[in-house]
Write a protein that binds this ligand. Sequence first.
Ligand code: UD1
Length: 417
Amino acid sequence: MQKLAIEGGFPLRGEIRISGAKNAALPILCAALLSRDALVVENVPHLKDVTTMIGLLAQMGVGITLESPSRVELSGTTITSPVAPYELVKTMRASILVLGPLLARMGEASVSLPGGCAIGLRPVDLHIKGLQAMGAQIRVENGYIHAKASRLTGARIFMDLVSVTGTENLMMAATLAKGVTVIENAAREPEVVDLAECLASMGARISGAGTDTITIEGVDELHGARHRIMPDRIESGTFLVAAAASRGNIRLNGARADILDAVLDKLIESGAHIEVDMDSISLEMKGRPKSVNVRTAPYPAFPTDMQAQFMVLDSIGEGSARITETIFENRFMHAQELCRMGANIEVEGNTAMVRGQAHLGAATVMATDLRASASLVIAGLVAQGETTIERIYHIDRGYECIEEKLAQLGAKIRRID
Ligand code: UD1
């Protein structure tokens, strides 16, 4: 199994390019299932999750052409098998995103239940309830969701909880339904907007994406299109925190500041100097960061996918901070590993009290999930000595060329086989 070795103590300096967003790419690749014509997707990040999704779509009969490393053409002319098997779904929960489009286009779908997940239970009841409201017959049997509908019908759907992939699944299904669908309490995440823009360029009639009420007027069919994936706001945020923690000075090219308000505000509160441009964000941190309280919530509030990284910043911050996780019930596994590096963190329920320390020390630590592994990399960058991070396959799910990009910024980092 591969590991990362990081020698800490070098401030990040220089510039890198931000990749396409994983959480936009995954639903947008699934949108190819909605049309017989080809969908060309640009700025696709090279990530394990993207490869898994492409493999899943190929297995269903979608023709895949890699036009260039980051440009994929997907042709959904013939879907031979509307099935997402357990072997693939268990490695990537976002596989559930094929359910809505398959059902809408093919009239049937069988998708394995994702099951438990390291960061919490993460059920898919909202996806199922929404599709049932649109007239789908759904059975859950032998660990699979079996869905059927000769044609989905538009419906008014109220989501009990804000769910990102739930909103995306229902929005995709509604594009081919008969009549109008209104999704209330919809997720407002920028990735939902990116998907809506892609669907609109395929001929879908969608309004309200980016607000909590999305209206979709179903059409008989969608056509081919070309779409460029938005930049990854979580990758951007992760590099900004890494630069702040290491007291560095970096510039992220191809990044969007307008979708990172909550994160940038917290970085400024911690003492960072930030400058934004049309498509770049620069950060400079001169002294020791100040501790900042963080409370995760759906967009536009502070993202749960940035919580672990801020826990490292607070671990070396001046003062104490409270981190509250309101989205996932078990997303503090990185706290224990950070404590092994000298952090002072007390977890009680969904709150972590972090007392800032002057230094962290290197240790061998284990990555437990995607964003937790990013936090351990940041901790390694600032700790004294050489940190080894095990189980880094988690990080390859969501960060493109992380060690190349960090090395470009002056980090002493290497991958060990
Ligand atoms: C997406 C993101 C993930 C991010 C998360 C929250 C993708 C591919 N992944 O995950 O990176 O951390 O949003 O911003 O975009 N829930 C239910 N029933 C459901 C669906 C969700 O109870 O049917 C609950 C979940 O357990 C969780 C909360 O709703 O507590 C939010 O989850 P959700 O927004 O659905 O997360 P994902 O879409 O899986």
